[in-house]
Design a protein around this ligand. Sequence first.
Ligand code: ZN
Length: 252
Amino acid sequence: MRRMTFPRRKWLTKHVSANCGVGETLVQWGVLIDADCPRCGEEEDATHVWSCKQPEAVERWNSAVEDLAEEMKKQGTPLEVTEASCASLVAWKTGSPMPTIPRRIQGLADAVEEQTKLGWPKFLEGCISKKWRRMMDHYYIRRGSMRSGKLWAIKLVHKLWDVAMDQWKHRNSVLHETDHKLLTQKTDEGIKNIWEEANAITRTIRPRCFNTTTREDVEAQEFCKRKTWLNHAQNMLQRYERKKEQQQEQQG
Ligand SMILES: [Zn+2]
């Protein structure tokens, strides 16, 4: 883990201990009302961030796995090993049957079998079967290569974290998009309501901000300006109402 930058290490440590900002944890903190996945709406736990089957999530997974395959190729990984691990990751994500593993590479089928027992989420977390490393050592020695299975395994784990991290980023981008949509909706409703209130007040006595612009002009502005205008208008209207109450009290 020493090779990683700090935020990434922190993220991974938290995720592996199922303590990151994923639905269930947020519910425990009371931040969210429910633990639904922002991408597919299913219940979300730490593993779901990776297993989510929303089409765009699957698309991103597949492309991240393609990058992983490229990296494995660079490490002198035999094609069968790359294909077996990548196809297994894709099968796990999509819930389709696990691929058949060719027997040509000694130890590959064993490594895949043990990884399936350990679980493919564990593979992503960097908890990979020792049989991968042993298989690669054996492969390199047979080919007279100076490469080591240990280094191969370290590089693999780093690349796997990229796959995992990309899903986490995607999940968050969808969540923020949804939040933004809700906020926009709330702001626009607020503008509609406040204009209805303001239109019920005589023009000469209502707050000035309703006379210096029109509802159409406010609504035509970009989101930030709409939001600022609404805050200001709400304050002005409150002040107006307090003043009216005071006057009524004095008169009464
Ligand atoms: Zn989901």
